[in-house]
Design a binder for this molecule. Sequence first.
Ligand SMILES: Cc1cc2nc3c(=O)[nH]c(=O)nc-3n(C[C@H](O)[C@H](O)[C@H](O)COP(=O)(O)OP(=O)(O)OC[C@H]3O[C@@H](n4cnc5c(N)ncnc54)[C@H](O)[C@@H]3O)c2cc1C
Length: 404
Amino acid sequence: MSEALASHALIIVGAGHAGGRAALTLREEGYAGRLILIGDEPHLPYERPPLSKGVLQGTADLAGCSLCDSVRLAELGIEHIAGNPVTHLDPQHHRLQLNDGQWLPYAGLLLATGGRARRLPQEQAHVLYLRTHDEALALRSALQPGTRLVVVGGGFIGLEVAATARGLGCEVTVLEAGPRLAGRVLPPVISQALLELHRQHGVDVRLNVTLESIQADAVLLADGQRLPCDRVVVGIGMQPNVELATAAGLDVGQGIRVDAQLRTSAPDIYAAGDVCEFRLGGLYQRQETWRNAEAQGRHAALSLLGREAPFEALPGFWSDQYDWGLQTVGVITPLTVSRTLPDGGLLLFYLDADRHLQGACGWARGNSVAKDIKLCERLISARLPLDIASLANPELSLKQLLRG
Ligand SMILES: Cc1cc2nc3c(=O)[nH]c(=O)nc-3n(C[C@H](O)[C@H](O)[C@H](O)COP(=O)(O)OP(=O)(O)OC[C@H]3O[C@@H](n4cnc5c(N)ncnc54)[C@H](O)[C@@H]3O)c2cc1C
């Protein structure tokens, strides 16, 4: 940070999970200067996973998802500007402009602008999306017992909405364009388990289907079928909010490109969370997960404070559907060992050529898989060569494997 700029604030654009976590970390790490957190939503920073689960079920509320309350933000001296998006970024003069016209100079900046739900070209009142808390509330009021719901997209958001909607007594159809559910991120055996689970719960899941059009009271498929419905939820992925960075001339690929310290192509601007495109295993990619938002939010805060460590956190995510839980950690490799769990669940281990664990994926009833995935994380760090037969053997605990 140059001396001329030292009196200016550290500013975070995007008061979501990564941005909120970065602000809290800056204070935990002793940063005592001016700190401004700017969001376009009217809410305190919150975590999104409950939106498709507890918030939609009506068992969780916004306060329960928030990273902290307004009293704590004030105590920490974090200036939260809500409902006032940043509209212009001027890296050359180290300043940005808010929607209300005011300019703010910064000494260091974090872009944590996340993304928005990818939308169909035509807006229709009965077609809903799910990215924000307000969208979750709109969807919740639409899901009444007996509502005929068509979910477009068999990815995580679509499937979690389908599971919750069944719990609320809706009739649910899921339309997936690909040959399997969540096929972009899950191995075929878990996609199949998900398919069976949803069908057992009475969801009409259709694979390899092409949407032709959405009418006021039905969805039309390319093969001529007409599916009568009351509501449609579209879960076809998210679009990273890169426009600010692109217009400012920063390096942008599928997201805002950063180096190992999460620094963008402008030296005093960092990026974190869903919008951040970073190198993992040599390839640029974005991660759209809670774990990444949490880890990168923290790491970007440290980078803003001049700590020069590279970002090396393991990727991972979870999903809850009905009374089953899915959790992954690390990366998928071709060498896979499978362990069947007593409740019919599965643990998949991904190994490199030296039989070191690189990743794992667990699928089990309730939250039981979380413990196994934690142990897998420790096995990944331990870099022990593992015995394939022992990994496949459910009688042998992962703790025993850790002890070597
Ligand atoms: C319904 C749902 C369920 C999920 N479930 C899971 C799960 O079970 N497991 C899991 O691992 N992950 C899950 N995720 C993913 C996880 O929530 C995201 O990866 C995480 O929220 C990303 O955090 P972020 O801070 O990068 O982005 P966000 O949380 O999206 O925050 C970005 C914020 O920046 C704001 N913003 C954008 N542009 C501007 C601007 N110009 N000015 C000011 N503010 C701006 C946005 O409006 C938003 O408030 C889920 C996501 C959703 C939507």
